[in-house]
Design a protein around this ligand. Structure first.
Ligand code: DQA
Length: 138
């Protein structure tokens, strides 16, 4: 499962100087190609709704499905998303398109990182591709 939080449906037009020109459809293709190259499949989802994201995390937890998660702005303040991540029973890789550590101070904190298996940031859509490689090696 590849789960994406708020505003990531706006990729392509959203702050292209930071997030690049790739669209959410490009993100889906990149994940599907990366998954296929490792003999996996990718169920890629995006929501602007915290409750929906938490529901998907519960689904992943119940099914022991590995998760690649870009929590977007929820990264920085959602203890509810963190608590749902803490219940996951398979690997969780936190990904970011930009490098939050190189941006505004409020982005330097991830409340999710402490319950993730690992975090990959700053490589654009390749952050997701690298996450599939990491999952495959586990
Ligand atoms: C982001 C970084 C977050 O700080 C931001 O709120 C996002 C996108 C990224 O992928 O770089 O929405 O998660």
């Amino acid at each position: 499962m590849v789960l994406n939080g708020p505003n990531l449906n706006r990729l392509g037009t959203r702050e292209p100087d930071i997030y690049g020109a790739s669209t959410f459809a490009d993100l889906v293709s990149a994940c599907q190609n990366a998954a296929a190259s490792h003999g996996m499949s990718a169920d890629v989802r995006q929501t602007n709704d915290e409750a929906e994201l938490i529901g998907w995390l519960h689904e992943a937890s119940d099914a022991s499905t590995p998760v690649i998660l870009n929590p977007a702005a929820f990264t920085h303040y959602s203890y509810a998303v963190r608590d749902a991540c803490a219940m996951l029973t398979a690997p969780l890789i936190e990904v970011h398109i930009s490098n939050p550590a190189a941006r505004e101070e409020f982005r330097h904190t991830s409340v999710v990182a402490g319950v993730a298996t690992g975090t990959i940031t700053g490589f654009g859509l390749d952050s997701y591709v690298l996450a599939f490689a990491a999952l495959a090696r586990r």
